[in-house]
Design a protein around this ligand. Structure first.
Ligand SMILES: [Zn+2]
Length: 82
């Protein structure tokens, strides 16, 4: 048997994800459901780096992601990297 007690907790929940490049919401509506479509870059620069210890978190909406990556020299799609 487990004894329980009620507790009131405050929970942070994501209400939107904004694109760092254009500032627009990454929310898309599909079949009456709100979804978030974005690319995420989460990095902590390491020892010896010019940005040692800096932490960066970037969200990019799909249009900005494809606009930025279209001129990359190497493909980003996994099935094109093999
Ligand atoms: Zn964007």
């Amino acid at each position: 048997m487990q004894k329980t007690k009620k507790k009131l907790r405050f929970v942070k929940e994501v209400s939107d994800v904004l694109c760092n490049c254009c500032g627009r919401s990454c929310k898309v509506r599909w079949a009456e459901i709100d979804l978030y479509e974005y690319a995420k870059i989460d990095v902590v620069w390491g020892y010896g780096s010019e940005h040692d210890g800096e932490e960066h978190l970037v969200h990019l909406c799909a249009p900005c992601f494809f606009k930025i990556t279209e001129n990359f020299k190497l493909p980003t799609r996994r099935d094109q990297n093999e």
